[in-house]
Design a protein around this ligand. Structure first.
Ligand SMILES: N[C@@H](CCC(=O)N[C@@H](CS)C(=O)NCC(=O)O)C(=O)O
Length: 131
């Protein structure tokens, strides 16, 4: 009897446990921000540095624009300019590396990477807008 009970529990956990784990994985992957970029891209690496600093778990999707992957019709639906990086998070599709960095800092930045006062932010903006 005991063994039978154990096997019922095993059946349950195999069937529903796996389904539960799959559900958790799918939900987690849906909620994770997605970054379309390439390690070869300086603008992409700037964004990746911020993701790293803020410990944001991201799904990185390699788009090698240097081999024309930016012109893939599927990618053009996300970023009509065909450039990288592009961040997709919840409802927002965001291009422009500096705008993405500000968004990430404001959305997830418990450590105030972007600064808290107008003066601190002005210093950061100088780096964004300077040539
Ligand atoms: N101002 C944009 C520049 C984006 C950009 O030019 N990205 C380059 C890679 S670093 C790119 O996608 N080049 C491919 C192309 O221009 O077709 C930003 O800061 O994100």
């Amino acid at each position: 009897m005991k063994q039978q009970g154990a096997s019922i529990r095993t059946d349950w956990s195999v069937k529903y446990g796996v389904m539960f784990l799959l559900k958790v994985e799918v939900e987690a992957s849906v909620k994770k921000p997605k970054l379309f970029s390439s390690l070869l891209s300086a603008n992409g690496r700037k964004v990746q540095e911020i993701l790293y600093e803020l410990e944001i778990d991201v799904i990185l999707i390699e788009v090698n624009v240097y081999y024309g992957e930016g012109n893939d019709p599927e990618y053009l639906k996300i970023n009509p300019l065909g450039k990288i990086p592009t961040l997709v998070d919840y409802q927002i599709i965001l291009t422009e590396s500096n705008a993405i960095m500000i968004y990430l800092s404001e959305m997830y930045g418990v450590n105030n990477l972007y600064g808290t006062s107008p003066c601190q932010r002005a210093e950061v903006n100088k780096l964004f807008f300077g040539k």
